[in-house]
Design a protein around this ligand. Structure first.
Ligand SMILES: [Zn+2]
Length: 282
């Protein structure tokens, strides 16, 4: 499942390849990908307009359009955004296609590909954001922006019950962290998944905040993590390489790279697999 670093990599790709190009034609195959506002709204809202920018909040991609509308893209479990020259054979599960005016003599297409169809493309009037995308208002701070630091994290965790891992996955606490990066962050913070928020010292919260920022930043620099099962690729179809730097995720049974003294263990927490080092993380 794409998390903040993967979505940020896609955002950069959209910025480079799609922003500023007139969308000349829009095709919607699978209605489910545009379920929130419907096929007609997406086709009419995107035809003949230009994306002015590509922004991101947590795992949400948001682009302002020169019509005054906005488009939101969420990749959810298996969504991908790809740009290829028009005429290239489209992969299976290509549900939305935007034809982009020629640049350097080449007409391209932006594809929204999504085998599991949990992802979405939504076109909306930003004055109606609260009605169309009510979840945006509830998103927690985005960790790689100025709105995030140790003090902010302490405030977000204050009074929260339960184990740390589900809290990190909760998009209302921090926006953009998913299963892979939560495990990596907890390992770097030397905290076990089942520590409670109220058991953390100020110093531990500060280390947790720093680890969140560091891990996500390093992962963005590596173009995200590509796992066999999620098949995440960037807009050009390139795989990410941060999986090579994972210390716990996907390393169950292998030796801990941090302490070198024990193996990485796995437990299932709230239906999600959690990898950790029982020696490093307390
Ligand atoms: Zn260890």
């Amino acid at each position: 499942m794409p998390e903040l670093p993967e979505v940020e990599t896609v955002r950069r790709g959209i910025e480079e390849r799609v922003v500023g190009r007139l969308i000349t034609q829009v095709e919607v195959g699978r209605e489910r990908s545009v379920r929130r506002v419907g096929r007609e709204t997406v086709i009419h809202g995107l035809t003949g307009v230009t994306m002015l920018n590509a922004r991101r909040r947590g795992k949400y991609l948001l682009c302002d359009l020169d019509s005054g509308d906005e488009v939101m893209i969420h990749l959810r479990m298996s969504g991908r955004v790809l740009v290829e020259p028009a005429g290239t054979e489209r992969p299976p599960h290509t549900h939305v296609v935007l034809t982009l005016a020629a640049r350097d003599g080449v007409v391209d297409e932006m594809w929204f590909v999504d085998p599991r169809t949990f992802g979405e493309v939504v076109v909306f009037d930003p004055t109606c954001t609260a009605e169309v995308l009510p979840e945006l208002a509830r998103l927690g701070p985005d960790p790689i922006t100025d709105e995030f630091n140790a003090e902010v994290l302490a405030k977000q965790l204050k009074g929260k019950r339960g184990a740390l891992k589900p809290l990190l996955l909760n998009q209302h606490v921090v926006a953009g962290v998913g299963n892979i990066y939560a495990d990596e962050v907890l390992h770097r913070s030397r905290l076990r998944w089942d520590r409670t928020a109220d058991s953390l010292s100020r110093k531990q919260i500060a280390l947790l905040a720093t680890s969140i920022v560091e891990i996500l930043t390093e992962a963005i620099e590596a173009g995200g993590s590509t796992l066999v099962d999620t098949q995440y690729v960037d807009i050009e179809g390139n795989v990410g390489s941060f999986q090579e730097n994972h210390r716990v995720y996907g390393r169950v049974g292998q030796g801990c790279l941090t302490c070198g003294k024990t193996s990485i263990r796995k437990v299932v927490v709230a239906g999600r697999s959690t990898s950790f080092c029982p020696r490093c993380q307390k």
